[in-house]
Design a protein around this ligand. Structure first.
Ligand code: AMP
Length: 348
């Protein structure tokens, strides 16, 4: 029997695909709107609409086909989300999206809740960097539209600020921290205020791209508790509905700092598909479609490894053991560093 909810999803990548699979399990129809005509999620959704954000006719078709709208990535123009929201509910609320798209707003919001981030400042000119030398060595990050290390420059000293940089957009300068570990907390908040969370997940990056995620994270009880508490505080303060990911740094001297917020399910949460009774994707669908919440139970410890670029060819031929689960995102072309699939290994 159908739940008669038609869920619109903006974005047609692997996160969209995995969301559609979870929705199908709950008898919810999915309609993808993607600006990539090759978006792999077209193989997993019920309807696929290829359109640029400016194509009014296609956008109208999308809006008319759905009851509620969500998204698989946060860098969607706010005006576009607001336009959709005039007619159909968008969850998580676009106001949250505005914060998560802008590092200055995001860090200010987190700091105002009394939660620590790296030391940082807002940068408009080379002169601003000079005035904030105490933050060097540091990372200059574009204030908007950055992900997976894109739009970032390492500044070891003022000599790294090149004469020809013209600062056409705005940045933040963040002190480089001596990282011991990175973890993420994936939390789901339902409209009645119920919050369900997975234990912190430990993340290992290579070249600023997620390489591996594992549970349990090798962290102290205090860090475990503090990470969950601050994720709850953030979700509650945003009156959030859906899945929220909070990424953290743990410094060499044991401090917990929020790195960034993702108003969505997350690459580090792929292991929740097999390691828990309810995955991050199912939780997101349940929360935004106002279905009942179900207690999260761990089935197994696990490790997830991203399969990048041409590695996919080797993985496609691999004989899987019974504790191994391989996902091929079915992207048309492998490219160096492109996320092509993942492998989850259950550990006990
Ligand atoms: P981001 O896109 O800001 O999440 O950065 C991508 C990755 O770069 C992070 O997951 C870290 O591994 C690394 N990184 C970012 N900012 C810092 C920092 N302030 N200090 C040390 N490493 C960082």
């Amino acid at each position: 029997m159908s739940n008669s909810i038609r869920l619109g999803v903006i974005g047609g990548g692997q996160l969209g695909s995995l969301l559609c699979v979870a929705a199908k399990k709950l008898n919810i129809e999915t309609v993808i709107l993607s600006d990539d005509k090759d978006g792999p999620a077209q193989k997993f959704c019920d309807h696929f609409i290829y359109s640029k954000y400016e194509n009014n006719e296609k956008i109208r078709e999308f809006i008319s086909k759905v009851d509620i709208v969500t998204y698989e990535f946060e860098n969607i123009p706010i005006d576009f989300l607001n336009l959709i929201e005039k007619e159909k509910k968008v969850l998580p609320n676009p106001k949250i999206n505005k914060i998560a798209q802008n590092r200055k707003l995001e860090k200010t919001f987190v700091n105002e809740l009394g939660i620590n981030t790296t030391d940082w400042t807002y940068i408009k000119t080379a002169e601003d960097i000079k005035k904030n030398q105490h933050l060097l060595p540091g990372l200059l990050k574009s204030n908007t539209l950055g992900y997976d290390g894109k739009g970032q420059f390492v500044l070891n000293s003022l000599d790294d600020v090149k004469q020809d940089w013209c600062f056409t957009s705005d940045y933040i300068l963040e002190k480089k921290v001596n990282l011991k570990k990175e973890i993420s907390v994936i939390i789901t908040r339902y409209s009645d205020g119920t919050m369900l969370y997975y234990e912190p997940i430990e993340n290992i990056h290579k070249n600023q791209i997620l390489h591996k995620s594992k549970i349990p994270a090798d962290i102290s009880e205090k860090i475990f508790k503090d990470a969950i508490d601050s994720a709850k505080k953030i979700a509650a303060n945003l009156s959030y509905i859906g899945v929220l990911t909070v990424e953290y740094f743990i410094t060499a001297n044991g401090k917990l700092l929020v790195n960034e917020l993702a108003p969505r399910f997350h690459n580090s949460g792929h292991l929740t598909i097999e390691a828990f009774n309810i995955s991050q994707f199912e939780n997101h669908v349940r929360a935004i479609c106002n279905l009942n919440s179900m207690q999260i139970k761990k089935i197994s410890n696990a490790e997830m490894r991203n399969v990048l670029g041409f590695e996919i060819q080797k993985y496609k031929k691999r004989n899987l053991k019974k504790n191994e689960f391989f996902y091929d995102y079915q992207k048309k072309e492998p490219r160096d560093g492109r996320k092509m699939g993942h492998l989850t290994v259950l550990k006990d």
